[in-house]
Write a protein that binds this ligand. Structure first.
Ligand code: 5GP
Ligand code: MN
Length: 328
């Protein structure tokens, strides 16, 4: 069976992509892999399902990052690599186009179950803190030197998925790699300021409103914020990163699970769940057809916002009861 390094070595035109609304891990891993492939003399091209969020535009000073347009053909490619996800269904319409292309699909990912996704070849480790850490391992395996642009990509991945080294997945590998990345030229404060210090003036009002809508449920162990379409529209206009709402919710004593429910323009609801300790939010979102990690997971619910709120509350309540039953 072919391994991922073999596939990369013998393929010339390689399309790099990831999940819808690409986040820091996904984009950082793409950037790093782009430069790895350039280092191998290949022709990589990054084509995401969605445009780049404004907070990430600093990556464009060294890396071209494109997205699929429904009315334009995809650039020619011999194989595609999915980063930070393993199922073509996570790529919206682009997923169907990649499937129809009949070209080999490879997966580089750290999510539960990713070795059973749509990849014919995969490079998966669910213990890896970020997809970018896996791309870093590929640099070592393929013996390609790590230049500053690639190092910035890996760094972005690591800080995105470890919450700037604060979560329990910030392991020894993360800190060891980070030391090398900084030595390779990563400008830590440039990355931080680019991500978090260029917000639209409306962002503080949007944050305050979202926090005001927070409800404590399940006896104070679930903090839930439901954001309706009107709020989401204003957030989109201000390029507001809704992840910013999760952190203050997590700071409340006694809260085990935080949930952010976002009403999308197509009427579905995107749920993002975070667990402080033992609740397995991956198992909860899997019940709604989603997935992720034990402590960070998401799903799309085909329900009105209020019904989605009730469904998430019930599922969290059940998970908390299950934990109590096990520990008593
Ligand atoms: P977020 O809540 O920030 O969108 O995602 C948290 C984690 O869950 C990420 O690792 C993300 O890839 C995963 N995730 C989010 N939404 C979905 C989904 O609908 N399906 C799957 N399989 N994973 C998801
Ligand atoms: Mn990730």
């Amino acid at each position: 069976m072919t391994t991922l390094p073999d596939l990369l070595r013998r393929t010339e035109r390689i399309l790099l992509t990831g999940h819808e609304n690409p986040d820091g891990d996904c984009l950082g891993a793409e950037v790093a892999l782009f430069h790895l492939l350039r280092g191998l003399g290949k022709q990589p091209v990054i084509v995401n399902p969605d445009p780049l969020g404004r907070a990430y535009d600093f990556l464009c000073r060294h890396t071209p990052i494109g997205h699929a347009r429904p009315d334009a053909p995809l650039p020619p490619f011999d194989a595609a690599v999915l980063l930070d996800c393993a199922h073509l269904a996570r790529l919206g319409a682009l997923g169907d186009r990649l499937r129809q292309s009949g070209k080999p699909i490879a997966v580089i990912d750290h999510h539960v179950g990713s070795d059973q996704g749509d990849g014919a070849v995969h490079f998966v480790d669910v213990k890896a803190a970020a997809t970018g850490a896996l791309v870093y391992r590929l640099f070592r395996l393929l013996e390609v030197p790590l230049a500053a642009a690639a190092a910035e990509g890996v760094f972005l991945s690591l800080v995105a998925d470890t919450g700037w080294f604060r979560y329990s997945n910030a392991d020894a590998e993360v800190f060891a790699i980070t030391s090398e990345l900084v030595a390779a030229g990563v400008d830590v404060s440039l990355v931080f300021d680019s991500l978090y210090r260029r917000n639209h003036p409306d962002s503080v009002v949007l944050l305050a409103e979202a926090l005001q809508r927070t409800r404590l449920r399940c006896g104070g162990r679930l903090a839930l914020a439901a954001l309706d379409r009107a709020w989401m529209e204003r957030a989109a206009n201000a390029d507001f990163d809704t992840d910013a709402v999760l952190d203050p919710l997590r700071s409340i004593a006694g809260v085990e699970v935080t949930a952010l429910l976002k009403e999308r323009f197509d009427g579905t609801v995107k749920a993002s769940l975070r667990s402080r300790r033992d609740v397995d939010v991956q198992a909860i979102t899997a019940g709604f057809g989603g997935g992720g990690h034990q402590k960070a997971a998401g799903a799309t619910l085909r329900l009105p916002l209020a019904a989605a709120e009730a469904a998430i509350e019930a599922a969290v309540q059940q998970a908390l009861a299950g934990l109590e039953a096990r520990s008593s």
